[in-house]
Unconditional design. Structure first.
Length: 300
């Protein structure tokens, strides 16, 4: 049955560039013989959607970061009764807030790194910053303004700049081990993906998109039973948070054998270099089939 599909991209966050790449890749993959499709570069308001939502059967809000993953666009789509792919308002809002997500997961028996919300002075004097640690924004994604410090604190100049921008940030213990991400797709069991950044670096914004990192689905160097446990844990996190249709759970398989969950992404990247499409391909879905499956999920 032919459907009228609206792909929403762009948006208002610091991740706008990636959102545009993701959404345009999804738009291009929609079969024009099966659906009428239209692209909308969202400006953060509801004016255009108020006038046009009724023209579409489903929406695909392929937006990353603030506005797209925090419940804002979802609330607008629900206001105008337009079905959409992805998690609803409450799950989106929860997962965007890394502290709230970690608290809920910990309350449900999921192992998470020790962390605290700190201002500049608290960062300089906190016990966690005395050892290997990560400093990252409370809201946001794509590892923007995320710092991994193995040997020392951020310099005074760096820390002053970043805390001036954010005010408060998450200070988190650094867990050493294999960095993996586990895509969750309703109706499928997708493989774990191991992430190997360039030597001496980590999977920051630059290394996510410059092709320098290795991304290996179902890697041989991780025992199959451990991969299965990680997939089960990711589904548990997806369900605890109330996510819908798809998510991606980032975790560390620590050197002591424990699994630590870092965060849940409610709208994973959908570019040609993104991890979720890579996992879907490994599970037997072409890029076009995967996008069509998302449309069908939204319809339901």
């Amino acid at each position: 049955m032919l459907m009228r599909v609206l792909v929403i991209g762009g948006g208002i966050s610091d991740e706008r560039e990636v959102s545009l790449r993701s959404s345009k890749a999804v738009f291009d993959a929609i079969n024009a013989d099966l659906h009428q499709k239209e692209f909308y570069d969202w400006d953060g308001s509801e004016d255009w959607l108020a006038e046009n939502a009724q023209r579409f059967d489903v929406a695909m809000p392929i937006l990353h970061g603030i506005g797209g993953e925090d419940g804002q666009i979802q609330a607008i789509l629900e206001k105008y009764n337009l079905k959409y792919v992805g998690s609803g308002v409450q799950a989106s809002k929860l997962c965007m807030d890394k502290i709230s997500t970690q608290k809920l997961l910990a309350e449900n028996g999921v192992r998470v790194p020790a962390q605290a919300v700190v201002n500049h002075d608290e960062y300089l004097n906190h016990e966690l910053s005395g050892g290997p640690h990560v400093l990252k924004p409370i809201l946001g994604g794509s590892s923007l303004d995320t710092y991994l410090q193995r040997d020392d604190k951020l310099s005074d100049e760096q820390s002053s700049v970043v805390f001036t921008k954010y005010g408060k940030m998450i200070l988190e213990e650094l867990i050493e081990g294999d960095e993996v991400t586990v895509p969750v797709l309703d109706g499928y069991d997708l493989p774990l993906i191991a992430i190997i950044p360039p030597e001496g670096a980590f999977f920051d914004y630059e290394n996510k998109y410059n092709g320098a990192s290795q991304e290996i689905p179902a890697p041989d160097f991780i025992d199959a039973s451990i991969q299965g446990a990680a997939r089960s844990l990711s589904r548990k996190c997806h369900d605890i948070a109330g996510c819908r249709h798809l998510s991606r759970v980032d975790m560390i398989l620590a050197e002591n054998g424990e699994m630590y969950v870092l965060e849940i992404n409610t709208m994973p990247g959908m570019t040609s270099q993104s991890l979720f499409p890579l996992a879907a391909k490994k599970a037997g879905l072409t890029w076009e089939q995967f996008v069509e499956y998302l449309i069908q999920l939204a319809k339901k």
